[in-house]
Design a protein around this ligand. Structure first.
Ligand code: NAD
Length: 277
């Protein structure tokens, strides 16, 4: 449908044709990584993709997550879904998952990388006490995993595929208690930009969503989480916390051709909290 938008400037009045574009994710094939339960940010995205009639290919680490996903999918039995095991700490597991996905689906239109982990003891101590192992583990799981996954999926990407990863403000500001995960998110955002450059020649886009604080399993590991939620409620421009659905909606836009000119970007879905001094 073609809409006419009337734009009035100081001296000029002109008409501009604007296509009423839909999300255009229907019948496309997206890999969603990181659903642990119904609160997971990744589940919010998967639900929206399924509502839009996209095919959703889930990856999970633990059998417990697989069982949770299968249960959640009971309400979506008429949709196209599939599940594959993928532990992002293992190159073999990543290779196996994406080879199987490639063989079964032929191509991938996008990936939602919604995976992170750090040892609890590294979040309960001052950052200065972070162990060498804990630092490496948080980086490996939460940042390098994006690189490894992009590489494994590369042979199967369609022309305009889009990768979206989940980051947090702790990547660029000191949020006491976020510690080693903040440093991992900084690496994740830098990796996202370098991947955007590498894959851009192929037309593939890579972006990050910097989500506001949302009560999930991963968030339980951050000791200062309740304080963060209250601070955002008090100080953010929207004076409220964001939620799973808002992050999911923006992720769909970033997967969709609606954002076709955007790559290498960190998009904030955080009630505007990041602009505050
Ligand atoms: P979540 O616990 O529901 O999701 C984290 C997922 O990471 C889980 O499904 C877990 O199984 C997976 N994972 C961990 N290690 C893995 C491995 N080795 N292999 C495969 N999967 C592994 O929590 P969430 O809050 O939905 O987190 C999703 C993403 O969003 C994370 O990157 C997190 O840092 C980010 N994020 C969360 C918030 C928040 O407040 N909840 C805010 C900003 C960004």
């Amino acid at each position: 449908m073609l809409h006419l938008l009337l734009v009035t400037g100081t001296n000029t009045t002109y008409y501009k044709g604007v296509m009423n574009m839909s999300l255009q994710v229907a019948q496309k094939q997206y890999v969603v990584m990181g659903v642990a339960n119904e609160r997971s940010i990744a589940w919010g995205v998967a639900k929206r993709l399924l509502e839009e009639d996209a095919t959703v290919i889930f990856t999970y680490r633990k059998d417990r997550s697989k069982a949770k996903i299968e249960k959640l999918l009971a309400d979506y039995s008429d949709k196209h879904t599939a599940l594959f095991a993928c532990d992002v700490n293992s190159d073999d597991s990543i290779a196996e998952a994406f080879t199987q996905i490639g063989e079964q689906f032929g191509h991938i239109d996008g990936i939602v990388h919604s995976v992170a982990f750090a040892h609890a003891e590294d979040l309960r101590t001052d950052f200065i006490n972070t162990s060498r192992d804990g630092y490496a583990f948080a980086q490996d799981t939460s940042a390098y995993s994006l690189v490894a996954v992009a590489k494994a999926a590369k042979p199967y990407f369609s022309d305009s595929a889009s990768i979206v990863t989940m980051s947090y403000l702790g990547a660029e500001r000191v949020l006491p208690g976020y510690n080693v995960m903040g440093v991992a998110k900084a690496a994740l955002e830098a990796a996202m930009r370098y991947l955007a450059y590498d894959l851009g020649a192929q037309g593939i886009r890579v972006n990050a969503i910097s989500a506001g604080a949302i009560r999930t399993l991963a968030a339980k590991g951050v000791p200062s989480f309740n304080d963060i939620l209250h601070k955002i409620e008090d100080e953010s421009p929207l004076r409220r916390n964001t939620n799973q659905a808002e992050v999911a909606d923006m992720t769909l836009v970033m997967l969709s051709p609606l954002s076709r000119g955007v790559t290498g970007e960190t998009i904030y879905v955080d009630s505007g909290y990041h602009i505050m001094g």
